[in-house]
Design a binder for this molecule. Structure first.
Ligand code: SF4
Length: 312
């Protein structure tokens, strides 16, 4: 049997806490769900929905909304919260850009979300491959908007600029947790580098929408969450997503607690008051959950904000 996370084999056992009633995945195995599944399987595509064991998969795939994960299924980092396989990845598939472009067409997606594993083994962290996937997807689907959820390109210089050159409509990079927990939860990453990446993406392209996600329930406190909100706002991030951390296995980072739905509502109103264009905050919020509908809201909110600024 393949071990998904060799680096976690000797970690202590952290029993998984029982899920509360409000964390229930919807069961909707519709015709559309199986259509999405067959397109993914026939084209040998990797999705984060499956690899990260996302609780929203039946709902999203029933709406033909799958998030493609490019550059393979194996990640070179070893984050303590994540269920993606870790280890030595395979070489890049040169046909992946066209495969993704055609899958987007078959699924008839209005808004495509593309993410990837971390590829620290590549000189540019995979920025050029992202560029090619975006360009090919756009060429074959001119009316589809494109959202990317990227790695941090840590120690890859300015390679991320190549990706921005392809002009994705939304640039998403998850901050994931509060800085005090980085060492335990995201040991291969740096909080301020992630913030810098988001800030620079917006500096390069003023029209791009920037987005970032935070998980709660890892052991952070409220003040730390508020600090992350302020930091993301200073980095000019437009859209903040907040969702509950779900511990994937007994070897992963221990879940501290389940936040109640009303606590997510409170975080949402605090974040909105800080000036984010859009905030999605609920137990099952994930970076790509409802991404198409949220993109429409983002555009609308920017127009309202621009109009208000021109009046004042
Ligand atoms: S929330 Fe995102 S990762 Fe989860 S199933 Fe939906 S599209 Fe896939």
């Amino acid at each position: 049997m393949t071990v998904r996370h060799p680096e976690k084999v000797n970690k202590p056992i952290n029993p998984i806490k029982k899920k509360p009633d409000w964390i229930r995945s919807k069961l909707l195995n519709s015709k559309e769900f199986f259509l999405t599944k067959s397109i993914v399987n026939k084209n040998n595509l990797v999705t984060v929905c499956q690899e990260a064991n996302c609780p929203n998969i039946t709902e999203c795939w029933s709406k033909r909304h799958a998030t493609f994960m490019i550059m393979g299924d194996t990640c070179t980092r070893a984050c303590a919260f994540c269920d993606i396989i870790t280890g030595k990845p395979k070489s890049l598939d040169p046909f992946e850009p066209i495969k993704i472009a055609l899958a987007v067409k078959k699924l008839n997606l209005k808004h495509a979300v593309i993410t990837s594993v971390d590829r620290d083994d590549l000189n540019d962290g995979g920025a050029t491959h992202f560029y090619e996937v975006i360009r090919e997807t756009r060429k074959n689907n001119p009316n589809t908007t494109i959202e990317v959820l990227t790695p941090d390109f840590l120690r890859k210089g300015e390679s991320y600029k190549k990706l921005i050159e392809a002009k994705p409509d939304v640039f998403n990079h998850n901050i994931e947790t509060v800085p005090g927990l980085y060492k335990k939860v995201r040991p291969g990453s740096r909080y301020f580098s992630s913030l810098e990446l988001l800030k620079n993406a917006k500096k390069i392209d003023k029209n791009i929408f920037t987005k970032s996600g935070l998980m709660v329930g890892l052991g952070e406190n409220k003040d730390e969450i508020l600090q992350v909100m302020d930091d993301l706002k200073s980095a000019d991030v437009d859209f903040l997503t907040i969702g509950q951390y779900l511990q994937p296995s007994v070897k992963h980072h221990p879940l501290d607690r389940y936040y109640k739905p009303e606590e997510f509502d409170e975080l949402k109103s605090v974040a909105r008051s800080k000036g984010f264009l859009l905030v999605s905050s609920s137990p099952l919020t994930r970076s790509s959950y409802h991404a198409d509908e949220d993109f429409a809201k983002l555009k609308k909110n920017r127009i309202v904000q621009t109009n208000a600024q021109s009046i004042s």
